[in-house]
Ligand binder design. Structure first.
Ligand code: UDP
Length: 236
């Protein structure tokens, strides 16, 4: 029996780039499809919020004539590129998947409609969300918590390079130790905890949405996470 019956998995663009500097690593995406297939088979419904940082991050490119809102629109379109690629690769791996977009793009993806997303999930399809929340000034971290709440997910799983939150930077300090559990309040208040946007953490605190920060690119970690086995850091 899985502990998490419906989860929102947040994947960053940087992770999708895998061995490349930018763009998408199709081998890694195919491997991920198989990991996701395992948790679907175990009984977990899966929503994926995909980032776009492998192409564009709004806050970084705003300025020099590009308005912030336009920059964020560009970022959201970058998430669309990733979502379309993932959808095809997942289906090619035999994982039934639908791409729903929070920006108007009917030619390329179904629009995000709450009931439609629920229907796909109930039928066991993986729902890949494109376009973040559809609104500027936030990132896909915040969009992940918003959509996780909207779709009644039991948890938001944020995939990161480092396996959780550490007391100091594990890349610089050999004696860094992982924090297995962090209360929401601390995650919001501690300025040294930069693993996720504070807006996302604040929303999670207000609605008591558990967040798991973990390395999804390690074999079977996703399955362990949905089964309630200890992986990474749980914010709750
Ligand atoms: N973005 C946005 N609204 C959203 C989600 C994303 O405006 O609801 C834009 C924002 O500019 C962001 C970019 O899309 O920087 C790409 O998303 P993000 O930076 O979260 O990607 P990641 O770092 O996870 O790859």
């Amino acid at each position: 029996m899985v502990k998490y019956k419906r989860v929102l998995l947040k994947l960053s663009g940087e992770q999708l780039a895998g061995k490349f500097d930018n763009g998408i690593d199709p081998e890694l995406a195919a491997w991920l499809a198989k990991e996701i297939e395992k948790i679907s088979a175990a009984g977990t419904q899966v929503v994926i919020m995909v980032g776009g940082g492998n192409f564009v991050r709004g806050a970084q490119i705003a300025g020099h004539g590009i308005q912030r809102v336009t920059a964020d629109h560009m970022g959201m379109l970058a998430t669309m590129i990733n979502a379309l690629a993932l959808t095809d690769i997942f289906e090619d791996e035999g994982v039934r998947t639908r791409c729903l977009s929070n920006i108007f793009a009917e030619q390329v993806a179904e629009p995000f409609v709450h009931r439609l997303a629920n229907k796909h999930l109930q039928k066991g399809r993986v729902v890949i969300l494109a376009g973040g929340s559809g609104r500027p000034y936030v990132t896909t971290d915040t969009a992940a918590v918003v959509l996780g709440l909207e779709l009644g997910c039991d948890g938001v799983f944020k995939a990161t390079k480092v396996d959780g939150v550490y007391n100091k930077d594990p890349a610089k300090h050999k004696n860094a130790t992982r924090l297995n559990n962090i209360p929401h309040q601390k995650a919001v208040e501690d300025i040294d905890i930069k693993i996720m946007d504070k807006a996302a953490l604040g929303l999670a605190l207000e609605h008591k949405m558990p967040i798991i920060i973990f390395d999804a690119l390690k074999k079977d970690n996703l399955l362990k996470a949905v089964s309630g086995k200890p992986v990474g850091t749980t914010i709750h």
